[in-house]
Design a protein around this ligand. Structure first.
Ligand SMILES: [Zn+2]
Length: 202
């Protein structure tokens, strides 16, 4: 096992990660069932973002979660604004509608990503009221055309890395050809290529 990415050495993804500098602090909350998911992308995103944080669980201790959401981390200031990347749901009418409301200058912004299938992330949301009440960033209709890597690990759903890249692009104001965005895209493409390579032949 590789001690950094927790994968078998033959499938180590550490070399695929291209470091990306982003002002937005990223907190990835991974559902326990995703940890061993060979096609998962959260770990790679975490490796690409040197200041990011990845925590595993479904129902978190509220005090602990509160700290992860708002307090200073080692090497990172306390957040002035914390957003959850999650679609709008009818039961949360107070959620931020879209990026427009994130335009206000905020010097320290934190973005929370839930790593799991829709069902698992919904469970995480309901199990953690602190997450449910966060202002949301929804990607619907805001994703720039053309940036959707075709071979998504799960059909009909963006991978965590892709969704995170789109959210960061919006929050950081990256152009389509911005080097950090390209670095994330290349890291993801490398992961897809590795899956293809390692997939047993039929
Ligand atoms: Zn590794």
């Amino acid at each position: 096992m590789c001690p950094v990415c927790l994968r078998p050495q033959s499938a180590c993804i550490c070399a695929l990660a291209q470091p990306v500098l982003a002002a937005t602090q990223v907190l990835i909350l991974q559902h326990p069932l995703e940890r061993q998911e060979a096609k998962g992308t959260a770990r790679l995103l975490h490796l690409c973002l040197p200041g990011s944080r990845l925590e595993v669980g479904e129902a978190f201790d509220p005090q602990q979660l509160q700290q992860w959401l708002y307090d200073a981390w080692p090497g990172a200031e306390a957040a002035q604004q914390t957003l959850l990347l999650y679609p709008q749901t009818p039961d949360q009418p107070a959620a931020l509608s879209a990026l427009t409301e994130c335009d206000a200058p905020v010097s320290v912004r934190r973005l929370v990503l839930l790593d799991g299938t829709w069902r698992k992330s919904r469970k995480m949301l309901y199990a953690n009221p602190l997450l449910a009440q966060l202002p949301r960033l929804a990607l619907t209709d805001t994703g720039p055309a053309g940036y959707r890597i075709r071979k998504a690990p799960r059909a009909g759903q963006l991978s965590t890395l892709e969704a995170g890249a789109l959210a960061l692009q919006a929050l950081e104001g990256w152009a389509q050809d911005a080097p950090p965005l390209q670095a994330l895209q290349q890291s993801f493409a490398g992961l897809i290529a590795q899956h293809e390579r390692l997939r047993p032949a039929h």
